[in-house]
Design a protein around this ligand. Sequence first.
Ligand SMILES: [Zn+2]
Ligand SMILES: [Zn+2]
Length: 314
Amino acid sequence: VDIPAPRPGKHDILLKVLACGLCRTDLHIIDGELSAPKLPLVLGHQIVGRVAELGDGVEGMNLGDRIGVPWLGSTCGTCRFCVSSRENLCDHPEFTGYTRDGGLAEMAVADYRYCFPIPDSFGNVEAAPLLCAGFIGYRSMRLAGADAKTIGIYGFGSAAHLVTQVAQFQGRDVFAFTRPGDDASQAFARELGAVWAGSVDEQPPELLDAAIIFAPAGELVPQALKVLRKGGTVVCGGIHMSDIPSFRYSLLWEERSIQSVANLTRADGQELLELAAQIPIHTHCMTGSLHEAPEMLDRIRRGDIQGSAVVTFN
Ligand SMILES: [Zn+2]
Ligand SMILES: [Zn+2]
């Protein structure tokens, strides 16, 4: 539909959108699994755009700068979480493409204090998936533990293909778990450096230090516990997951733990962008126009994309 161009308020920048990544979270919003969206809503929370106008109070940004907008749109700055370096858990947050309009449109506004300059080494399309898949993937791996040398990844989509490259760079071994029979994703995982790839119901050749689940399937939690060593952590990296089935206590026993990941902090984003340029991360993307976004989202639902999906604007 055609809607009026957004106007920048205080602390906002108006962006001419260049590219916007698609994410499984967009499907959770469409499907009503995340139940409090602004409506009507412009989706999209991995925005790469050029600054076209500066709202009041914007400092340190100039017209024409290339800027990335992530999921965390703003925080209150005063709650117990904000004042203890846990702004990802803010009591009064705003989220891009959920409680604020996002970037699946020619123009978008964003609070500049939550945006990131895009490193020059990344093209518009290549940068977009870093802004959620990259940030959340990175936070998930950090929560898996600095000493986790062997990491299982369940669901080999956008976040997994980025986090695998970070893991490798940090000297960790990745074991990729895909839907049974998904040979293409397993081959893709090996191509990116996974030391082993198999299906979610397979046992890897050794027990692992940690597992990260990106697929929104609760039944993977007990599956992942089964492949962990003593003291290992299962990290649930998605914003929504189907119910976790009950399981024997012995799977959790010996100080295994289950940890969810909520949103991101600006520090996560800063660290990941620096790492991404240093490694450098190669994002594998399929692209399409805004009109093709619904079909691309369907492909994400079917697991029919290797890497990330990005909508481009001319
Ligand atoms: Zn996302
Ligand atoms: Zn807060």
